[in-house]
Design a protein. Sequence first.
Lengths: 96, 503
Amino acid sequence: MRLGSEDVRAIAAEARLSLTDTELAGAVRYINNFLEMVDRFKELDLTGVEPFCFAESNVCPLREDAPEVFPRAREILADRADYLTSLFKVPRIMEE
Amino acid sequence: MSICEMNVRQVAAGVREKKFSAEEVFDKCLERALLHENKVTALITMTADTGREQAARVDERVAKGEDPGPLAGVPVILKDNMCTHGIRTTAGSRILGRWIPPYSATVWKLLSSAGAVLFGKANMDEFAMGNTTGSSAFGPTSNPWDLSRVPGGSSGGSAAGVAAGYTPCALGSDTGGSIRQPASYCGVYGLKPTYGLVSRYGLIAYGSSLDQIGPFTRSIEDMALIMQIIARHDPKDSTSVAENVDFSLPLGDKDGSIGLKGKRIALVKEFQGFTLDPPIADAMKRMVLLMEEAGAEITEIGLPVVSRYAVACYYAIAASEAHTNLARFDGVRCGLEAASASGLKEMFEEVRSKGFGPEVKSRIIAGTCLTEPVRSEEYYVAATRVRTLIAAEFQKAFEGVDAILQPVTPSLPGKIGEVDEDVMKGYESDLYTLPVNMAGLPGLSFRVGYTSARLPVGLQLVGPRWSDKNLLDIGFELEKVLGVPQSAFDTAACNTTSFKGGN
């Protein structure tokens, strides 16, 4: 097994996920099987092969740089939790 | 013929010609859904009030002598990952369980401008990750043909809604087979269009380089009509390609004779070594004979890189893109909140850990792992290079053929709640669908017949990029023999061929 519980717990934490012990056991099994599956790439010589892109994407389609009016600004913001007039209330991010 | 058995064109024509009103259509469809929805559960949200208001507006336009559009009064189901202004859009997830978008997806704007009315938002695997609709936070959907079985996924609710006759049309999204596989399981048409043909603006993203919106219908002509409306360049989607494919041309003569003369149809050599459920293997044999008799040239192509590496490549790319796309769901911008969290990091973790289901968490962790600096060259970047080889292999294969005929899945729909203990083996069953997304190709899933136990059996045609119309042309010819798919709850269904070995 290439990644142990602590490795997977650390990866989950990077993804802002905290796992129960049961979830962690499942995630360890899953991620090791996943790595085994993608190890298949090592059979191929990928030297000189470019990463994929759709041929049409070679030209970046730019929109006209024109200002747009959003008539429902309040509605767009209304969904947000703790939206106070013109401010958002968010949790503390600094330690005491 | 009841209104619920009509196709898109028949409903729109009836409303425009005042044979019946759009409100009458909506109410008949609603009546049908209310009769079956407690068993099928195809919908997360039924938009009865909104839909009826929209239908009334169509009727007003008809009464005034105005043109309400080619979809006049046609009720449509949208997969619940397409944003609808003012109507809850959940992506099948608890994390967006109460989210109400302040804008609509481009596809819905196009359909509603053409006169369509919203019937409901369809159940789906959470964030489109799954092939049973069983990972939805809102519970599973049943296959209308056999309520104990899955409808496929992730667009299982959309497919089940059309198969149950709630509406003649629905939209789904296909990242690795999520339109084609449920279409096959539910016995309706499903088209995964060429990547870039239909705008993804307002689609809640799973794997952005793979996702594509497409229709479910019960006739090829309906499919062409819907594509004619939604295949439009959209400046709000930078991957939407400026050129438009014309679907408005006649799909072929309608004299009843099937004509595929000059069409070069390929079978994939490597796929023929894999085991299929007997009814699917029978369907392949029957279609080859039918196409040959209709004048098509049947050839064989080799796709060794696709066969060996597509599944691993797909899951590496899809998980990596999903991990990035789903990073935005953090409790700050939209969706679930964690009022009691002590700090920002705690809030992120609480919201995400409570809000996402097990399959989504697994794929986010896999994507995070593969894209970490220490591993990204070995896995994620390698996957993008393998993808180049896969696309090149398809491109070369299509130099000599017009379309590939292949299964959609190796097996018929399983029972609801059956869990595949070997998850990676389950992923392997997507081999027939996901390479199409890797190369951005179009794929048409069509019903061939039924097993003796009334389960639909379907196959798939895959073409080169921008050949969507050609696939529909072939589908239209085949429909002359195969007949149009029926609703599971209508009596005339299943009077076509049944296949050996059906369960």
